[in-house]
Design a protein around this ligand. Structure first.
Ligand SMILES: Cc1ncc(COP(=O)(O)O)c(C=O)c1O
Length: 419
């Protein structure tokens, strides 16, 4: 591996810094602080990034390359070109929930239908610059899809490890791209432990969310940049974000801070709300108990993509929710299914279970008075319902099965509400 990357390989990134003690390190394949074992993140010196320079960029996440740890030439390298997904004005859902102004960031429109394409694109760029030969990951499903697809397009081998009982759509959608897929007998936290051990052994493998995690995580900042740009260069008053490891949420917050510091948006307060499934809600439990530490749990929920019992960024999510005046809330499986249907029926967007968690938490926090129905709100729909069909297959069914005749149609039409 190349431990001395060239000076332009990571664009504006200057070093890695410990999120706990601030110790800095040269850019390289590191992810934990040698002094305190805290997580490392990318630190930058930004220069020359303006609204105009961003607008002149491609219609994908590389328009924000001046704010990411990637080379200036990244847009010329084959990638699956994630990003620039729709920000949908959701008047139908807003009306149903009694809100004035609601926007949905619809990340189902990414190449493998989840926000994970954003983080993988940045992880793959870092893996190349650092000289790794294989892109690998432990995954709750969506990351597996994104790693397999991005590796196929990028011409690098992929090795993916997932819990064996994942939704079969996600398993098929990973295997089809031709990498190597391991179904592991255990839950995500077991798979993640195994990946950490393998990362120590297979030195030319870049594990997207393990040994190149600092770079990978930065890809989620593009969600925040896009939301601000699509709102006409302003920040929402409130944002609701689903949480598994918590990285997506912490990086959206980081992106809002960067945009403000660079003067690309006005400095204004915003509240961050975190959404979890009750069957895997270690951060919500810590929040409700008033704790700063997050106790690991054993996941049991239909929201498998959010089923991380020991979330790496949990304490940072707690801090951001409290600091911004937001909250962390959880919803049970029935509420998740109901919210998937509500979103589909009001907006024509079919979300996976993680999206159901986000919309159900939005509803619950509105009812509790924690989310202001009058304030501008954005909710993240991070993955596509086609990946988690089983969650709604019992409640989304044909009204009737009939013979192909008008009589047969007439005999049931009034019963099913068409007459
Ligand atoms: C669809 C979807 N939404 C949200 C998340 C949560 O992301 P994070 O681990 O960054 O909190 C995941 C994680 O896999 C996911 O697949």
């Amino acid at each position: 591996m190349n431990t001395q990357p060239d000076a332009h390989a990571f664009g504006p990134a200057r070093n890695l810094a410990c999120r706990e003690c601030g110790q800095t390190y040269d850019l390289g394949p590191r992810y934990a602080c040698e002094l305190c074992f805290g997580p490392l993140e990318v630190a930058y010196e930004f220069a020359g990034v303006t609204r105009e320079s961003i607008a002149a960029g491609p219609r994908n996440i590389w328009r924000y390359r001046g704010l990411l740890p990637v080379s200036d030439r990244i847009a010329e390298i084959p990638s699956i070109e994630p990003g620039c997904t729709r920000l949908v004005r959701a008047d139908g859902l807003a009306h149903a929930l009694g809100m004035r102004s609601l926007w949905l960031k619809d990340d189902t429109g990414n190449p493998t239908h989840s926000f994970k394409d954003r983080v993988v694109a940045v992880a793959l760029a870092a893996a190349r610059e650092l000289g790794f030969k294989v892109l690998a990951c432990p995954s709750t499903g969506n990351l597996a899809n994104a790693v397999a697809a991005a590796s196929a397009r990028g011409g690098i081998r992929s090795v993916v490890l997932v819990p064996h009982d994942l939704e079969h759509q996600k398993i098929t959608m990973t295997a089809v791209y031709g990498g190597t897929l391991f179904a592991v007998e255990g839950n995500y936290d077991d798979v993640n432990r195994l990946a950490s051990e393998l990362a120590g052994e297979y030195e030319d493998w870049a594990f997207a969310n393990v040994n190149v995690r600092p770079y990978y995580a930065e890809g989620s900042k593009t969600l925040g940049y896009e939301i601000a740009e699509q709102l006409g260069w302003r920040l929402p008053d409130q944002i609701v974000v689903p949480v598994a490891s918590g990285s997506q949420l912490t990086k959206i917050d980081k992106s809002f801070g960067e945009l403000t510091k660079l003067g690309l948006v006005d400095d204004k307060p915003y509240k961050v709300f975190a959404a979890q499934a009750t069957g895997c809600s270690p951060v919500a439990q810590a929040y409700k108990a008033g704790l700063d530490i997050v106790q690991p749990v054993r996941p049991d929920t239909i929201a498998k993509s959010l089923a991380i019992g020991n979330p790496a960024d949990g304490p940072y999510v707690l801090d951001i929710a409290r600091r911004t005046g937001g909250a962390v809330e959880d919803v049970d499986d029935a509420e998740i299914v109901e919210a998937i249907q509500l979103l589909a029926r009001t907006e024509g967007i079919f979300a996976e279970t993680a999206g159901g968690v986000t919309i159900a938490v939005l509803k619950k926090l509105l009812e509790a008075g924690a989310i202001d129905p009058e304030a501008d709100t954005t909710a993240i729909v991070s993955g596509d319902g086609l990946k988690t069909l089983d969650a709604v297959s019992d409640v989304a069914r044909p009204a009737a099965t009939i013979e192909p005749s008008v009589e047969a149609f007439r005999s049931v039409s009034s019963k099913v509400g068409v007459s």
